[in-house]
Design a protein around this ligand. Sequence first.
Ligand code: FES
Length: 108
Amino acid sequence: MPVRIEFVAADGSRRAVEAAEGKSVMRAAVDHGVEGIVADCGGTMTCATCHVIVPPEWAARLPPPGADEEAMLEMTAAPREAGSRLSCQLVVTPQLHGLTLRLPSTQY
Ligand code: FES
């Protein structure tokens, strides 16, 4: 079943996509041409250009970042926030249906 995930750009514009289960949130964004997710490294966690900000009500429902993601979150172009994550590390599951993610003002 497709999982609906919405991206809110820094200018407030919104874009919802149907994300494929088992793939990353980054992949769902890139495959649907969501502007603001660059994902230069293709998901190998070496670019930090797939930065998203998870709202507080959703943060606890996601597995916490691993050590490598934690390290890369220090490299984001826009300042890291409490809900900052790398979308290539978020795996789409049915539980994420309705997730809304904020995009940072820049990925570079
Ligand atoms: Fe490069 Fe996520 S796509 S770190």
